[in-house]
Design a protein around this ligand. Structure first.
Ligand code: SF4
Length: 272
């Protein structure tokens, strides 16, 4: 048993384990682990949207502000029909505001079997679909699935292989490959960059992100999201080692510097 498996067994064992049928339904994409959901405007895609926070993620980002969402043990079992009923309920609102459904997480492609079926229903109803993804498991999204996705908000976490590994524990290249495939398929991309002082904001990191993003012809812009400490208490409650205890939020000047570095490369930027 690995260290992580031992940790999970000790901390996250479900009080009510899923039945064999429930697990089979999840494997088949007829059900999912759903962490939570909400309705919001603009931040999770255009218009007013329902955002599904799917449980499960293979990365371990130092700055994750929902560290519980990376473990499927914190997800509720939900069937495809249950989730679809919830999504469809707001169809008139999406039509009125130019919104739709966003799958976020955790990492939504971790449960792509489920989302493929959900997004198929959404497209049949003319509902706009967005993935908010780190791209690491992009290989699970097949070329024939691309028509199901209108927009991808793709995390650009760090622009160098070494820095990406330090920030997330995983490799950078799969996310770049996914971005390349999405761009080739003509899918609109919004890049998302969390500016963490001392972790993701070196010249090499920002230049590396600019190198990657500037070759995507369907990139609309990059969102610069300033790091914050809202997730710190969750790390503590879970008993996980939080490495950013003393990391400050970026100053306006630090955000402006990153912005100008992207803009000098011809990349449009939005800041929050
Ligand atoms: S990819 Fe997202 S959900 Fe996964 S660890 Fe990183 S910030 Fe958290």
């Amino acid at each position: 048993m690995t260290e992580l498996q031992t940790f999970r067994k000790a901390h996250f064992t479900r009080k009510t384990p899923l039945t064999k049928d429930q697990l089979a339904a999840i494997r088949a994409g007829d059900a999912c682990w759903l962490h939570s959901w909400d309705t919001s405007s603009e931040i999770n895609g255009p218009g007013t949207r329902i955002t599904l926070f799917m449980a499960g993620c293979e990365l371990r980002c130092q700055y994750c502000h929902n560290p519980d969402s990376v473990f499927t043990e914190f997800g509720q079992f939900a069937t495809l029909d249950e989730v679809w009923e919830r999504v469809k309920r707001y169809k008139k609102v999406y039509e009125y505001t130019g919104g739709g459904v966003t799958a976020s997480g955790g990492e939504p492609t971790f449960q792509w079997n489920f989302l493929r079926k959900l997004f198929t229903r959404a497209k049949e109803e003319g509902i706009h679909t967005t993935l908010d993804s780190c791209g690491y498991l992009g290989r699970l999204v097949k070329d024939e699935d691309m028509d199901l996705i209108d927009l991808v908000m793709l995390d650009l976490k760090e622009g160098t292989p070494e820095g990406y590994k330090q920030t997330t524990t995983r490799r950078l290249q799969p996310s770049v490959d996914f971005g390349d495939r999405l761009d080739k398929a003509g899918i609109t991309l919004w890049g998302r960059y969390v500016l963490v002082p001392g972790l993701t904001d070196s010249d090499a990191s920002i230049e590396g992100i600019a190198d990657i993003a500037s070759r995507w012809t369907h990139l609309d812009h990059i969102d610069i999201l300033p790091f914050h400490q809202y997730g710190r208490d969750k790390w503590h409650e879970l008993g996980l080692l939080y490495q950013l205890e003393d990391t400050p939020e970026p100053t306006k000047a630090e955000v402006a510097r990153a912005r100008s570095m992207f803009e000098e490369r011809g990349i449009a930027v939005k800041t929050y």
